[in-house]
Design a protein around this ligand. Structure first.
Ligand code: NCD
Length: 315
């Protein structure tokens, strides 16, 4: 097992063998989560604090459940009602929490880079649960685990990521991970929703969805991140659905056995047709949620091992 980092801040610093380490350990947790007794005590005695400065349903619930199943003491900070609203800075909030001796800090923040900054100020392990448009590493890892289980491998696949690429940390973390594992990544979307400089990641860019989907093994759909848009990026949702909404007709361009993914929350009738999302022969959206808990258990288990080893070294 190799995972050498103190934190999980992004996919960028990870070596392919570290990605494989997380996924392999997550497989054990998939089995545990499907068993009668879902409990383990690898995090017993450790305190996990979840700080979500941005709304979340799945990710927060998933981290909370992951921590509880591993035996940690888990606390959810209600950031909407915390002193942040009274003007306290992110760093002051972090230092206050740090004084309570947490071991694992799970942070989501609307600003890119905020979680990295916070990690420099505390002496516990920090997990990035999404920072602005930057990274969402556990999402990319759970997507990778879902793909590996469904396709039997995580290399030499053609993965089409479609929609609001420019504002998506999910797209960014995924394209970095898929690139590291030697897959072919295609980005599909209107030019207004394509970030500049994507070419440096070595992916192909399409504004025609049918062309982009041709022979894809995996089709990953994204939500329009309106909360990160400061103006009009699309003419209308109707027009957007017409050109970029995934329906049966467009999906027919991908391989017949292609899987359909979505990180959630989904906007049916905007980026995806509801019948495709619910088609258990194509859509793996529910599996993604299941893999999310297992991947977060694996990530926290590995970080806790490193934390304990570092503390033993200091003692
Ligand atoms: C994503 C996120 O928050 O970045 N959702 C998630 O974590 N499941 C994508 C999104 O909000 O559209």
């Amino acid at each position: 097992m190799t995972y050498t980092h103190r934190h999980l801040l992004g996919i960028e610093p990870l070596h392919p063998t570290e990605i494989t380490t997380v996924l392999d350990l997550a497989e054990d947790y998939v089995a545990l989560n499907r068993s009668g007794d879902k409990h383990s005590d690898v995090l017993r005695g450790l305190t996990q604090i979840n700080m979500f400065f941005e709304n979340s349903t799945r990710t927060q619930a998933s981290f909370e459940l992951a921590g509880k199943r591993l035996g940690a003491d888990v606390m959810n900070m209600a950031m909407q009602t915390s002193s942040v609203k009274k003007g306290e800075t992110l760093i002051d909030t972090a230092l206050t929490l740090n004084a309570m001796h947490p071991d694992l800090l799970v942070v989501r923040h609307p600003q890119s880079g905020a979680v990295d900054l916070l990690a420099q100020k505390v002496n516990c392990a920090v997990l990035n649960a999404g920072d602005g448009k930057h990274e969402h590493p556990t999402q990319a890892l759970l997507d990778a685990l879902t793909i590996r289980r469904k396709k039997g491998r995580l290399h030499r696949l053609t993965v089409a990521i479609c929609g609001d690429i420019a504002h998506s940390r999910v797209a960014r973390s995924n394209l970095i991970l898929l690139g590291k594992m030697e897959n072919r990544v295609r980005l599909i979307g209107p030019p207004t929703l394509m970030p500049s400089g994507v070419a440096e990641f070595g992916c192909e860019v399409y504004d025609d969805m049918r062309e982009g989907l041709r022979d894809a093994d995996v089709v990953m759909m994204l939500r329009l991140q309106k909360e990160r848009m400061d103006g009009a990026f699309i003419p209308s949702e109707r027009e957007y659905y017409h050109r970029y909404g995934l329906d049966a007709e467009k999906l027919a361009y991908a391989k017949p056995e292609a899987i359909v993914m979505h990180p959630g929350p989904m906007n049916r009738g905007v980026e995806i047709d509801g019948t495709i999302a619910d088609d258990i022969n194509r859509s793996v959206i529910q599996e993604q949620v299941e893999m999310g808990v297992a991947v977060r258990m694996a990530a926290m288990d590995l970080l806790a091992r490193n934390l304990r080893a570092a503390r033993a070294g200091q003692a």
